[in-house]
Design a protein around this ligand. Structure first.
Ligand code: EPU
Length: 417
């Protein structure tokens, strides 16, 4: 258990660099199960979740070596094991992303059932129904999902909801299926696109990338290749809010605004000016923060992964804002914690109402999940006095060396274990 201790109110300034996208890295790593050979991946973020995925891939028989910071070599000399054990799936739900590529390459997988998690029930029924459409037989025993097919056969899959990891899993199963697969209502998140671009570089035939209709023409063989992961748009959004909270004194390097169109539109409506100067992005508050009405949606809508951080900005708005959460049923766990810091937020069904306050004041709070934790760090940096964030290890799943990077900007933050 780690704690972050933040003495708020320090003036932050300087440069912060965006790392590679966690949610692109995880499926991209699993895609190496699809073809033997040697891969070199760059812009891989150094995160707990990435370590868990590397452990899992090693367990399945891949050889992984870190060549330099953010650069890894993965050698697939054949899959030795098709089972993803309980400890690794429990440590990270995204471990379920090995099922699609294992089916694609070995036609067989046994993956521990991912349970609920802090942000909601998160079932995998859409993944499994899609696999069944491709001719896979699914059975469940002793908490494991077994998937097996004599042959995967292309089919039309209609997703009831554009599930991100579901789309990724199905694409990875379909790339080596016989014939053509169509995925309707596919997730359009840029991380899905990044995975598809890698797969095409490996020899797959995927069209409709970044649209809600993916067409995959199965191929017999794929080959290993090198690939650079896109920047993390959730880090970009988190740092834009950070920059605004410190009046543009924080310059963000490696940011791509095209990955965050709806987010930028919304925060500009709140009176934030986002500026690009050379290779840097910064943001500042123009006069005051206007209240907003926001609803989270699948991409290209406002991302659920930035809703807790936006809430911190809206705590300081000039009036009442609302955030409607439409992706996960339990993603307002930051609310009671922000209220401990002096925020005024109420929740009714899936909408939070945030009444602007003059200031936040530090106290002891708990990070219940990764993005709730990010919101508490932002709040702690602008709050008066000391904020102690318990269970801060959640932040290490998605933000590389956050403490070090914030210290470099002048923040008084330390980690205690
Ligand atoms: N859903 C189902 N059945 C399924 C799949 C999804 O009912 O078979 C429901 C979920 O319960 C949820 C909704 O559909 O209510 C959307 O879930 P989705 O499957 O899209 O989420 P995910 O793939 O599990 C990814 C990211 C999340 C991000 C969401 C939404 C990865 C590894 N994870 O999760 O990232 O919040 O998409 O954009 O890509 C994070 O980084 O903090 C994080 C949680």
């Amino acid at each position: 258990m780690a704690k972050f201790i933040i003495k708020g109110g320090k003036k932050l300034s300087g440069e912060i660099e965006v790392k590679g996208a966690k949610n692109a890295t995880l499926p991209i790593l699993t895609a190496t199960l699809l073809a033997s050979g040697v891969y070199t991946f760059s812009n891989i973020p150094e995160l707990k979740d990435v370590e868990v995925m590397i452990d899992l891939l090693r367990h399945l028989g891949l050889v992984i070596k870190k060549l330099a910071p953010h650069t890894y070599r993965i050698t697939n000399q054949g899959i030795k094991n098709i089972e993803a054990p309980y400890e690794l799936v429990k440590a990270m739900r995204a471990s379920f992303l090995v099922m699609g590529p294992l089916l694609g390459s070995a036609k067989k997988a046994r993956v521990s059932m991912p349970g609920g998690c802090a942000i909601g029930a998160r079932p995998v029924n859409f993944h499994l129904n899609g696999f069944e459409n491709l001719g896979v037989k699914i059975t469940v025993d002793h908490g494991f999902i077994n998937a097996e097919a004599k042959e995967l056969i292309g089919a039309e899959i209609n997703l009831p909801f554009p599930t991100v990891t579901g789309t990724e899993n199905l694409v990875m199963a379909a790339v080596k299926a016989k014939g053509r697969t169509i995925i309707n209502n596919a997730a359009r998140e840029p991380e899905v696109g990044d995975l598809c671009n890698l797969l095409n570089k490996m020899g797959a035939k995927i069209s409709g990338i970044n649209t809600d209709k993916l067409e995959i023409n199965g191929v017999d063989k794929l080959q290993a290749c090198d690939y650079e992961v896109i920047p993390d748009r959730i880090e970009i959004g988190t740092f834009i809010i950070l920059s605004a909270l410190f009046q543009g004194k924080i310059l963000i390097k490696n940011a791509r605004l095209d990955l965050l169109v709806d987010f930028i539109k919304k925060i500009e409506k709140a009176g934030i000016i986002v500026e690009k100067t050379g290779e840097y992005i910064s943001a500042k508050i123009f006069k005051k923060i206007n209240p907003l009405k926001v609803a989270t949606e699948p991409y290209p809508g406002f991302p659920t992964d930035l809703q807790p951080q936006l809430m911190v900005l809206l705590n300081l708005a000039n009036g009442d804002s609302t955030i409607e959460e439409n992706i996960f049923e339990n993603r307002f766990r930051q609310v009671p914690e922000l209220n401990r810091l002096g925020a005024k937020i109420t929740i009714f069904e899936k909408t939070a109402t945030i009444t602007g306050v003059e200031k936040l004041t530090g106290t002891e709070v708990t990070a219940t999940d990764l993005r709730a934790g990010a919101a508490l760090v932002l709040a702690g940096l602008i709050a008066e006095n000391t904020t102690t964030i318990n269970e801060a290890e959640h932040l290490e799943r998605g933000y590389e060396d956050l403490v070090g990077r914030l210290q470099a900007l002048g923040a008084d933050i330390k980690k205690q274990t």
